[in-house]
Structure formats: structure tokens, C-alpha cells
Design a protein around this ligand. Structure first.
Ligand code: TUI
Length: 313
């Protein structure tokens, strides 16, 4: 079987997470130029915006890159059409089952790699002939499933015969090595790329991630069926209060509407939804994308060379 790098024509098995509003062509092109797989997040954006971002990315890199399609978006059909027309190399999907789009994407030569939060969906996706799956644990930022990376990845690896990319809670070489030990053949990293120099978000967002402690990434919305992980602030406290009081989904959504935009575009760290994963506590500084990727690869090599002292094997 081809390695994920051979399959996608990339140098390192590192995907950049498809972070809505955050992952524009700027970070995507930087990650692809540094040898990983950069990904533009379509999020809730209209198809025309996605087309412009794809074209801007092509101007900045001649390496392969992907587009992440958020399946709860009202523009999914149009965005998929743009992806076909622009001949994007890879599509990743999130927050749903991409089943009905797979055939057309594959026919156009687009590699399809859905995010799966469970073994059941991984198996269903394999039957639909996807090229690989991303097994994303609930350590991740944003919309999450139930299982942790530690338990999800090996179970998905055992259940399917296609490449598995691990995501959720990975931000350095140790985490990458651990993912390989669980049987993954690559990793997807979001939170660490929030503080990349090429990541075009307000300084306040980057500072908040750098300042985050190990317990700052909390989940809201479990009761509404749309759990989202983000950094603690006034908004998460208000949402938690509403949840405890048994507020209706409508009331809950009213507070959450536009919150991601408030954080990413306006830099409002109190009333915005500051999406980030649990690993934010480990992130200490802004670096170039190239530095981050080189450090990850150095770290993974070091981890594999470690003698595990005190353990007789
Ligand atoms: O999608 C994500 N993370 C996201 S999407 C997002 S934007 C958003 N806006 C409003 C409401 C919710 C999200 C922010 N962060 N990660 C990938 C992911 N996919 N996590 C969980 C899933 C998932 C969940 C259920 C994938 C498939 C799925 O299938 C259900 C089914 O239909 O079988």
C-alpha cells in the first residue's frame, strides 16, 4: 500500500486542521510549502469565497492542498461544485456524513478524506471508497465527537483497511509518535497552527492560546447535540449557565450565533467563540509554519529513538 505521503504527493504526514474562519489560503499555502498538507476551511462561507481562496492558494504554492467542507453549512452543494471545477487535490469533511458527494469527487480525481468520530462511520466511509479517514478525538477544538484520540484511533485502525490519520490533542513530536504507535499513518494538527506567523488571526487570539492552561478548553452545547470545544471566557460561562438552567436550543443558539466570527475577525476574546483544543495548554509561542513543521519532524524522530528506561521489553 502507498504511504499517505505518496498517495497525496506531500513530504510529511502532517495535515493542517480545517479550522472555520481561521484556515484561509495564507496558512494553507504555508503548510503545503513546508511539506505538509495545507487545508482551506470552507466553514459556513459561500462558494464564491471558497473559489477565491483556492485561487489565492494556487498563486502561493504549486504543492497539493485541500479544502475542508463543513457539512452543516447551507452552501455545501455549491462548495463541492467549486471544488470539482477548481480541481482541488484533496477534500476533507467534518460534522456529518459526506456519502452523497463521494462518487462525483472520486470521479474527478479528488482524494476524499472524511473526519470520523466513530468506528461505525469509518466503516461506512470505507465502503464508499474514500481514500483515507481522519479519526478525530474529542481533545480537538471545535465541533467534537464522544471518544478520545487514544481510544478512537486504534479501534478505527483495526476496523478498516484504508489509511487512518489521527487528530485531537496532537501538537508536538511526542504526540505524533504516539499516534503512529496507535496505528495511524499521519496526523492532523489544528491548535498548534493557530499560532503560526502565517495564520491570519488577531494577535489577541494567539495570545489567548499561548496563555491557556491545561484545563482552559471547555465544552459547551452537549445538551443541544452540538458539542463545541473552546477556550473559557464570558461566553462559555454564559452558555454553561444557560445549559444548567435548561434553556431552549433557540436561546442557546442566539448567544452562539456569530460567536466564531466575533473571535476570529473582531478579536473579541470575551464574547467570541475561541475554538481551540485541549493541547492549547502546551503551546508557548508564535513560530513560522516552517519552524513548526521542522520541529514536529525532529521531535517525532527523537521520540522513536528514545530508550524507554526502566521498562523491560
Ligand atoms: O467539524 C469539525 N469541527 C468543527 S466544524 C465547526 S463549525 C460549526 N458551526 C456550527 C455548529 C457546529 C460546527 C467547528 N469545528 N470536526 C470534525 C468532526 N466531525 N468532529 C465530529 C465530526 C462528525 C460528527 C458526526 C463527523 C461525522 C458525523 O456523522 C454523523 C452522521 O451523520 O453519521
Amino acid at each position: 500500500m502507498k504511504t499517505i505521503c505518496e498517495l497525496l504527493n506531500i513530504s510529511y504526514p502532517i495535515f493542517q486542521g480545517g479550522m472555520a474562519w481561521v484556515a484561509t489560503h495564507s496558512i494553507a499555502a504555508a503548510v503545503s510549502n513546508a511539506g505538509g498538507l495545507g487545508i482551506i476551511a470552507a466553514g459556513h462561507a459561500p462558494a464564491d469565497w471558497v473559489r477565491e481562496e483556492i485561487r489565492a492558494c494556487k498563486k502561493k504554492t504549486d504543492k497539493p492542498f485541500g479544502v475542508n467542507v463543513m457539512l452543516l453549512s447551507p452552501y455545501v452543494d455549491e462548495v463541492m461544485q467549486v471544488i470539482l471545477e477548481e480541481k482541488v487535490a484533496v477534500v476533507t469533511t467534518g460534522a456529518g456524513n459526506p456519502g452523497k458527494y463521494i462518487e462525483a469527487l472520486k470521479a474527478a480525481g479528488v482524494k476524499v478524506i472524511p473526519v470520523v468520530p466513530s468506528v461505525a462511520l469509518a466503516k461506512r466511509m470505507e465502503r464508499c471508497q474514500v481514500d483515507a479517514v481522519i479519526a478525530e478525538g474529542c481533545e480537538s477544538g471545535g465541533h467534537i465527537g464522544e471518544l478520545t484520540t487514544m481510544v478512537l484511533v486504534p479501534q478505527v485502525v483495526d476496523a478498516v483497511n484504508i489509511p487512518v490519520i489521527a487528530a485531537g490533542g496532537i501538537a508536538d513530536g511526542r504526540g505524533m509518535a504516539a499516534a503512529f504507535m496507535l496505528g495511524a499513518c499521519g496526523v492532523q494538527i489544528g491548535t498548534r497552527f493557530l499560532v503560526a506567523k502565517e495564520c491570519d488571526i488577531p494577535e489577541s487570539y494567539k495570545e489567548r492560546v499561548i496563555k491557556a492552561s491545561d484545563i482552559d478548553a471547555v465544552v459547551t452545547g452537549r445538551s443541544t447535540g452540538h458539542p463545541v470545544r473552546c477556550l473559557r471566557n464570558q461566553l462559555t460561562r454564559a452558555l454553561q449557565k444557560l445549559e444548567k438552567a435548561g434553556a431552549s436550543e433557540e436561546e442557546f443558539n442566539k448567544l452562539g450565533t456569530g460567536a466564531l466570527r466575533r473571535a476570529v475577525i473582531e478579536g473579541d476574546m470575551q464574547n467570541g467563540s475561541v475554538l481551540a483544543g485541549q493541547i492549547a495548554g502546551m503551546i508557548t509561542r508564535e513560530q513560522t509554519t516552517e519552524e513548526i513543521i521542522q520541529e514536529l519532524m525532529r521531535g517525532v524522530k527523537e521520540s522513536f529513538n528514545l530508550q524507554v528506561e526502566g521498562i523491560n521489553v
